[in-house]
Write a protein that binds this ligand. Structure first.
Ligand code: ARG
Ligand code: ZN
Length: 418
C-alpha cells in the first residue's frame, strides 16, 4: 500500500482524482456504464479498483480543490496502477509513504506490549487499566467516572483532574474521536501525567489545577480504536451497524447537531464522513453531548484532539460566517500556536475551520460553541503528511510537550477571562 500526495492544478485535475476515487467505490459492472474513461486507461484495471482509495487529508474526495494537496492511501493491488495513471496525467504528485506496511511496523518500536508507556501507543485495555490506576494513585487530584457505553458495550471512562473546590470552572478535553489518529489518545494520557507530576511542583500547573477542573476523555470512539488494533489500522468511524447498508460506522465528528449533514459530510453509510442517521445517532456522541449539556454551567472550554495537519481550529466549520467571538478566539489561537511553536519550531496554522481546513458540518467543536461553550477548539496534531497517521512513537513525546503548551495557554486564558 502507498500513500500519495497529489496537487491538482485545475478542476480538470480534481475530476481526474474523482474518477479514480469513484472507480474505487463502484463495483465493476456499475462503473462500466457510469463513466467512459478510455483516455484515462482506468478501464483495464477496473475490476481491481473496488474500495481501494482511502482519503487521509481531506477526509473525502468532495473536499479536494485545485491548488490544495490531497493525501490518499492506495491499496496494494492498485498502488502501482494509480502511480502509473498519475504519471500519465501529468498532475504533480509525490509518494509520501512508499510501503505503508513497513511504515506501520516502524511506527511502533517493538511489538511487545505488556505495560503502559506515555511514549508508546497503548491499546484500549492498557489505557483503561492506566486510567483506573492513575485515579487510585492520586486521590484528591484525579477521579474516574463513566459517562456511558459504546455501541459494542465498552465503558466510556472520563477522568476529572483538579483539586476539589467550589464553583470551579471546567475545561473539557477529548481524544480519539477518529480511531486511526493514534497520537490523539496519547496526548490525553500525557496531559493527565503532566498534571499529576507537576501539581505542587510547577506553579502554573498548580494554579490551573487549584482553580480549574479538567475533564479528560482519553478515547471517545473506543470501538473504532479497538478495531484499529485488531483488524484495520486505518479505520476512522464508529462501529455501529447501519440500517439498509452492509457498511459499518458513522463519522463521530459529523454526528453533532451543528448544521448536521449539510456540507463536508456524506449521507452514504459507506463513506468515511457518513453523518449518521440523525444528530447524536451514535451512542458515544450522545454520551459526550449529554455530559456537556449536564455540566454547561461549569464547562467554559471544549478542546478536541485530532491528527494530522498541524492546525488549531475554532468555529465555524459548518459555514463561512464568523463566530460572534471570532476576534477573541483568533487571538487565543494565535497565542496558543506561538507557545506551541516556541518549543521545537513546529509550524501550525490556525483560524476558523471552514477557511483553514474545509467546510465540514456536524463537528463537536461547532456544536459545543453553539451550545454555549465559548472557547471551543479543534487541534490537528503532527505531522503534515510525512508519516500522517503512522507517526512514529519517537514523536509522541515532542508532540505532546508542544501541544501541552498550547492547551495550557488556552486554559490560562479561560481562567482569567471566562
Ligand atoms: N479533521 C477534522 C474532521 O474532519 C477537522 C474538524 C474541524 N471541525 C469541524 N467541525 N469540521 O473531523
Ligand atoms: Zn480526526
Amino acid at each position: 500500500e502507498k500513500v500519495f500526495r497529489v496537487t491538482p492544478q485545475s478542476y480538470k485535475d480534481v475530476e481526474f482524482i474523482r474518477t479514480l476515487a469513484n472507480y474505487a467505490k463502484t463495483p465493476f459492472s456499475k462503473a462500466r456504464t457510469f463513466h467512459d474513461s478510455k483516455d484515462l486507461e482506468v478501464e483495464k484495471i477496473l475490476p481491481r479498483f473496488y474500495l481501494c482509495l482511502d482519503f487521509w487529508v481531506p477526509d473525502t474526495i468532495d473536499l479536494v480543490e485545485p491548488g490544495k494537496h490531497v493525501d490518499f492511501r492506495a491499496e496494494s493491488q492498485v498502488a502501482f496502477d494509480v502511480q502509473a495513471l498519475l504519471q500519465q496525467s501529468k498532475i504533480p504528485f509525490e509518494i509520501m509513504i512508499d510501503d505503508l506496511e513497513e511504515a506501520l511496523v516502524k511506527q511502533r518500536d517493538s511489538n511487545i506490549r505488556a505495560v503502559h508507556s506515555y511514549e508508546k501507543y497503548n491499546d484500549l485495555d492498557t489505557i483503561n487499566a492506566w486510567s483506573a490506576n492513575i485515579a487510585a494513585q492520586n486521590p484528591g487530584l484525579v477521579s474516574r467516572s463513566q459517562i456511558g457505553s459504546s455501541y459494542e458495550g465498552r465503558p466510556l471512562y472520563l477522568l476529572k483532574v483538579g483539586k476539589s473546590g467550589s464553583n470551579k470552572k471546567a475545561i473539557f478535553i477529548d481524544c480519539g474521536f477518529h480511531a486511526r489518529e493514534w497520537v490523539s489518545p496519547a496526548f490525553c494520557q500525557w496531559f493527565v501525567k503532566d498534571a499529576v507530576e507537576s501539581y505542587g511542583v510547577n506553579s502554573q500547573v498548580t494554579n490551573l489545577l487549584n482553580n480549574l477542573d479538567f475533564y479528560v476523555l482519553p478515547v471517545m470512539n473506543v470501538d473504532g480504536y479497538v478495531y484499529t488494533w485488531s483488524s484495520n489500522r486505518m479505520w476512522r468511524k464508529t462501529r455501529s451497524v447501519n440500517k439498509n447498508s452492509s457498511c459499518i460506522g458513522t463519522d463521530p465528528n459529523r454526528n453533532f447537531n451543528a448544521g448536521w449533514c449539510t456540507v463536508g459530510a456524506s449521507s452514504r453509510a459507506c463513506d468515511d464522513t457518513y453523518c449518521g442517521a440523525s444528530p447524536e445517532s451514535e451512542i458515544e456522541s450522545k454520551a459526550l453531548a449529554n455530559f456537556i449539556r449536564s455540566n454547561l454551567s461549569s464547562i467554559k472550554a471544549y478542546v478536541t484532539i485530532h491528527s494530522y495537519s498541524q492546525m488549531l481550529l475554532f468555529p465555524y466549520s459548518y459555514s463561512y460566517s464568523l463566530a460572534k467571538d471570532h476576534t477573541e478566539l483568533n487571538n487565543v489561537a494565535k497565542g496558543a500556536v506561538s507557545a506551541l511553536t516556541a518549543l521545537y519550531g513546529t509550524k501550525y496554522t490556525y483560524g476558523p475551520g471552514g477557511t483553514t481546513i474545509y467546510l465540514a458540518a456536524g463537528g463537536s467543536d461547532d456544536w459545543a460553541y453553539d451550545t454555549g461553550v465559548k472557547y471551543s477548539f479543534t487541534f490537528e496534531l503532527r505531522d503534515t503528511g510525512r508519516y500522517g497517521f503512522t507517526l512514529p512513537e519517537s514523536q509522541i513525546k515532542p508532540t505532546c510537550e508542544e501541544t501541552l503548551l498550547a492547551v495550557k495557554y488556552i486554559a490560562n486564558h479561560v481562567l482569567n477571562n471566562a
